[in-house]
Design a protein around this ligand. Structure first.
Ligand code: RM4
Ligand code: MN
Ligand code: MN
Length: 388
């Protein structure tokens, strides 16, 4: 279990420290980050107290206001706050030109603009020494018959191939899928099968990204994970919990057993393969009501606990029980591990690594939150919270 904890790293999303909301509005938090410097500073706090989050995923439109010219600035800030730039997320869903799509837009000029932005994002990733380009598209349509689904697929294949051809030898591109929202009739990359086909047609450095919130209710996510692992196509995760839709709730808050089952499939695969799977574990959450940094620490602690529990599964016994279809015994291998209280062992692990025994309590007594609340409150008050 200690080896599992030593190797487990989970990436923080820069956007998780900023004010976020729903389509009905935003409830502003006085301590929310409003600049890339504040986001990296907050992420540095989460890493300082958990020791498990050395990298931060960045969104190009939100974090690189001057595009390529922001690279040096971001690099310097990351170093200042003892974190490193992680996955680079282009943004081809927010600008007005993307009303009818980006790489799948019927207008060739807009497809070109989207491609240019993503290619610039590849350069930004290179400049930051960051490995993964993380691609999510809002493309789709709201009403039947309004767009040519097969034609759009061909445009996506073409665009993704061009992006792949620009990747450096050590870079990867991760293709994320999502069945609905912002489009509500069809989404161009709706599920893992579509993402897999597109990744395969783009080239060997393209893999699938599984965002746990991007599935239909009751879908078996761990089976998707198992299949992608078998084909060496699981590039990474966006972790969050959900109850109804793409809720972006704190990991494990609704269904911790689901997260455990995902980690179990990975651990079982690694046990059989005799080596680590090359997976980027990332958080994609927006806490609209909880304090941003507290919620992020809570997430990381929960992820460590569930990952550690999965490492406790007795794989030899499990494999034996599976072979003889000893159903109750096999299932109990999972349940025993899941029921184990790993918290005392994790406290030991933290102590041995010179980390705070209770990251949340340590953060709360550090005074950081009081300081940033005082510093940022006025700026946050001036932020727009309504869509009117
Ligand atoms: C999407 C998706 C992407 C994220 C955007 C902001 O729903 O999860 O990964 O970058 O939201
Ligand atoms: Mn995501
Ligand atoms: Mn999402």
């Amino acid at each position: 279990m200690w080896a599992a904890l030593d190797s487990f790293r989970i990436e923080l999303p820069s956007w998780g420290f900023a004010n976020t909301g729903t389509r009905f509005g935003k409830f502003l938090q006085p301590a929310a980050a409003t600049t890339i410097e504040e986001k990296l500073s907050d992420a540095g706090q989460v890493h300082r107290f958990t020791g498990a989050c050395p990298t931060v995923a960045l969104h190009v439109l939100w974090d690189f206001p001057r595009g390529l010219d922001s690279i040096d600035h971001v690099n310097a800030l990351a170093a200042k706050y003892s974190v490193r730039p992680g996955a680079i997320n282009p943004n081809v869903f927010q600008d007005q030109i993307y009303k009818y799509g980006s790489l799948g837009n019927p207008d060739a000029l807009i497809r070109r603009a989207a491609l240019e932005h993503i290619l610039e994002s590849v350069e930004i990733a290179r400049g930051l020494n960051s490995r993964d380009l993380s691609l999510w598209f809002g493309d789709g349509s709201n009403y039947p018959g309004t767009t040519n689904i097969r034609q759009r697929r061909a445009w996506f294949e073409d665009g993704l191939r061009q992006i792949h051809s620009r990747l450096g030898a050590n870079q990867r591109m991760l293709v994320e899928y999502k069945p609905f929202e912002p489009a509500f009739y069809h989404t161009d990359i709706a599920d893992w099968g579509m993402a897999l086909l597109l990744a395969k047609s783009s080239g060997p450095q393209a893999k699938v990204l599984v965002d746990t919130g991007h599935h239909y209710s009751s879908q078996n996510i761990e089976q998707i994970v198992a299949w992608l692992l078998t084909d060496d196509m699981l590039g990474g995760f966006h972790f969050n919990d959900r109850r109804y839709a793409d809720d972006d709730l704190t990991l494990g808050s609704i269904d911790p057993y689901q997260v455990f089952r995902i980690f179990h499939e990975i651990a079982m695969f690694e046990w059989e393969a005799g080596g680590r799977a090359d997976i980027a574990y990332m958080i994609d959450q927006s806490h609209n009501l909880k304090g941003k940094i507290e919620a992020m620490i809570q997430t990381v602690v929960t992820a460590q606990e569930l990952y550690a529990k999965a490492a406790l599964v007795d794989h030899e016994s499990l494999a034996r029980h599976q072979k003889t279809s000893a159903l109750v015994d096999a299932e109990n291998c999972l349940k025993d591990a899941f029921s184990t209280d790993v918290r005392p062992a994790i406290v030991e692990w933290r102590r041995s690594h010179g980390l705070a025994e209770d990251p949340l309590a340590a953060f709360r007594s550090s005074g950081y939150l009081e300081r940033i609340t005082a510093e940022r409150a006025e700026k946050n008050r001036a932020t727009a919270s309504s869509y009117a």
